[in-house]
Design a protein around this ligand. Structure first.
Ligand code: HEM
Length: 439
């Protein structure tokens, strides 16, 4: 492990200005360069507190798992409370633990059998509208599909117009998010009309979802848990925060993952054919069952390779509560600590030719197990993504249902460029030519 622990003040100043400038220009390159320059523990002196970027799996594990009690969410997620409220993503400590325990049953492995028909049927309905040989906006299609699947899976319905309203609010939020990052007191931000507007729109969406559920007979696990805990463990505000969190966290990331998967496959025709062969053999014209999902190793490798190269969550930020030490480096209380999936997933110490799409590498990697935290698309420790199994099942099911019926080719030579917003999005919507398969 390389570390560069001793930096004099001139180096600090130079590296700070350079780093800030690079972060504004291109955060992915900025973090990669910082890691190359300073090694496994990089340090940048900021005005109020230091920032550390940890680039070795052992150190990543220290932050996410071994010393997790000493770290709270980073400043940007703390500020996201203004939009998301005190839900699972934003709460801390005992409050977070209680929420996690209450909500976990909706995401157990066994539950996936319940969600799978929703995933299959929604996917089939959506692709049935495509025209043979037409150009498909795969970014929009995946976003709408994942939102519908989330609505039906978690709430048992998608009241008329909800998909459109949530989509609009999410787009508005994505534009507002940089504003939410400014270090201003929450009270001033609430006065910004656009914040008020986005907040009110989302509140109306969660209210109508809740009302719809109260009058309906939905047995969906998540809404059931929320309703049962109403007037008990969860306050009204928390219930709205949970609905919002699951709507947002539960569709945007998986939509991006699948958009990146299709872009990769359209540009790597051998991988696409290999996937189609596997799906034809294992699933054929049926819809995939929970057992099939376990028997599609190539599809799983495609998903993992895409999560490696285009991790929808490209960085995780934390703030140290007390002074601590990681890899011999003293980390003062209040420091911001970053770990970056983008940087680590492209590290040549763990991945040969990291910028090449090679799903087969996972066959070898699984036998020679690389360090656990060389691959952490869903984070780790007590804050690991609660939707991990849901997302993996959904991605493999959607790949299977679509690749049995459609073949994609690119509309431009190069892959879409990654654009790091809250999540890792393509810089422009991905558009592909869809050709109906003759099966
Ligand atoms: C490809 C898809 C997904 C990716 C890459 C992803 C990634 C992540 C990551 C990295 C974290 C940890 C953040 C941190 O430690 O600060 C996280 C947390 C979370 N994710 Fe996901 N996620 C995905 C899908 C989902 C889905 C489908 C859901 C909902 C069904 C979901 C709900 C959540 C929630 C509620 C948390 C907060 C968990 C907690 O703090 O206890 N995610 N996700």
């Amino acid at each position: 492990m390389e570390t560069n622990l001793v930096l004099d003040s001139t180096t600090y100043k130079r590296s700070t200005l350079g780093f800030m400038w690079n972060m504004l220009r291109n955060p992915l390159d900025a973090l990669t360069e910082l890691a190359h320059e300073q090694g496994d523990i990089a340090r940048v002196k900021l005005r109020r507190r230091d920032l550390f970027l940890l680039n070795h799996p052992e150190f990543i594990e220290q932050v996410l798992v071994k010393q997790q009690d000493n770290f709270i969410k980073g400043p940007s997620l703390q500020r996201a409370r203004i939009i998301l409220g005190e839900g699972l993503l934003t709460s801390e400590g005992g409050e977070h633990l209680a929420q996690r325990r209450a909500l976990q049953p909706a995401f157990h492995h066994q539950r996936m059998e319940e969600y799978l028909p929703v995933m299959n049927e929604n996917t089939f309905a959506q692709i049935s509208k495509w025209q043979d040989g037409a150009r498909v906006d795969i970014s929009d299609e995946m976003m709408r599909l994942m939102l519908n699947i989330a609505l039906w899976s978690f709430f048992g319905s998608a009241p008329a117009g909800t998909t459109e309203r949530v989509s609009e609010s999410v787009s508005a939020l994505m534009k507002l998010f940089p504003l939410a990052q400014l270090p201003l007191p929450d009270s001033t931000r609430r006065l910004f009309p656009k914040f008020k507007q986005a907040g009110a729109d989302l509140r109306r969406v969660t209210e109508s979802l809740l009302q719809d559920q109260q009058s309906g007979e939905s047995q969906r696990a998540l809404i059931h848990i929320l309703k049962e805990n109403n007037n008990g463990q969860f306050t009204d505000e928390q219930i709205h925060a949970h609905i919002l969190t699951f709507l947002l966290a539960g569709h945007e990331t998986t939509a991006l993952l699948l958009t990146w998967c299709w872009d990769m496959l359209a540009h790597h025709s051998l991988a696409q054919v290999k996937l189609q062969d596997e799906v034809d053999r294992v699933v054929g014209n049926r819809f995939p069952t929970a057992e099939d999902i376990q028997n599609l190793p190539y599809a799983r490798m495609i998903v993992k390779e895409t999560l490696r190269m285009r991790p929808p969550a490209w960085t995780i930020g934390r703030q140290a509560v007390h002074d601590c030490e990681i890899g011999g480096q003293h980390i003062p209380a209040g420091s911001t600590v970053l770990v970056s999936q983008w940087v680590t997933h492209h590290d040549t110490r763990f991945y040969d030719a990291p910028h090449q799409f090679r799903p087969e590498r996972w066959d070898i990697l699984e036998k020679h197990s690389p360090p656990r935290y060389a691959f952490f698309p869903f984070g780790g420790g007590g804050r690991i993504c609660i939707g991990e199994h849901f997302a993996m099942t959904e991605a493999i099911a959607v790949l299977a249902v679509i690749s049995r019926r459609w073949d994609f080719s690119p509309t431009q030579d190069a892959l879409a460029k990654p654009h790091p917003s809250i999540t890792l999005r393509p810089d422009k919507n991905v558009k592909l030519i869809a050709t109906r398969r003759d099966v």
